[in-house]
Write a protein that binds this ligand. Structure first.
Ligand code: SAM
Length: 252
């Protein structure tokens, strides 16, 4: 079984033999791959919608893995019991939805040591939730597949998370002397910022283009509130361009 590059990156983040829950599993490709390859000893595939739930049930039956993979219907973490799994994956949804799933099931996070999260958008909401809920962002990865850019965030439960996060989100001084503060680190990624790949650069070039487009639309309005919004957007674009200029400085 071959996973997409995106799901493969997520699968690589599972610790050997973990007990995992994949929430919003759809076709259950990740849990099936994980148990077949020894990455997980047991998996729950959770789905809230009937179509994807049936796809997951079919996939698990075809793989002959119904003993090791339990396919369950339910909203977010409602499908698991406290202490049942040590790892949770949530992929292919917006960051705000991932946060609402995690917040809605706080009691189910007992015994969970590792979260592997892949928000399609709104990564900063996920980083913010991790900071506020005692999770330490151990690793950030970015990849491009079929013209789309994805971020994969791995977080661990750590009793010292608050102190570690304090350090992780301290102001960062970039090579060009630009100071990047916590709100920007939450947006861009505290680990990415000092270690930019060409994919990260491409992502933020695209984000700047989107913001410039919005700015042009807002500039057409006569409303006072639009002037304020335009000025905020211009500041945001300027800050991002400064960061990008630092990233590009040492590139061939
Ligand atoms: N995780 C798979 C992946 O990354 O390839 C599937 C991603 S698919 C785009 C998102 C899935 O999440 C859908 O199948 C949807 O039904 C499911 N979903 C959305 N909200 C959910 C929730 N609150 N609880 C469980 N599943 C949910």
């Amino acid at each position: 079984m071959k996973l997409s590059a995106r799901l493969q990156v997520i699968a690589e983040e599972l610790l050997l033999g973990c007990r995992m829950a994949d929430i919003g599993s759809d076709h259950a490709l990740l849990p099936v791959y994980a148990v077949k390859n020894g990455k997980a000893s047991y998996a729950v595939a959770g789905e809230v919608n009937d179509g994807p739930l049936e796809a997951a049930q079919r996939q698990v039956a075809e793989a002959g893995e119904h003993r090791r993979i339990s396919v369950r219907k339910g909203d977010g973490l409602a499908v698991i019991s406290p202490g049942e799994v040590d790892t949770i994956t949530i992929a292919g949804m917006g960051g705000a939805l991932i946060v609402s799933i995690l917040s809605g099931g706080r009691d189910k996070l007992e015994g969970v040591k590792r979260l592997v999260l892949q928000p399609n958008v709104g990564e900063e909401f996920v980083r913010q939730w991790l900071v506020e809920n005692g999770w330490y962002l151990e690793k950030e990865q970015i990849l491009e597949e079929d013209g789309k850019i994805y971020e994969v965030l791995t977080a661990i439960a750590d009793p010292g998370a608050d102190a570690l996060n304090e350090r992780l989100y301290q102001n960062k001084v970039m090579d060009g002397g630009i100071v990047v503060s916590k709100p920007w680190l939450l947006k861009i990624g505290p680990r990415f910022i000092l270690n930019p790949s060409s994919t990260l650069l491409k992502k933020w070039q695209g984000e700047i283009a989107k913001l410039e487009n919005i700015c042009r639309q807002v500039a057409l309005s006569d409303q006072e509130a639009s002037r304020e919004r335009e000025s905020e957007l211009r500041q945001e674009i300027e800050q991002l361009k400064e960061v990008l200029a630092c990233w590009q400085k040492d590139r061939p």
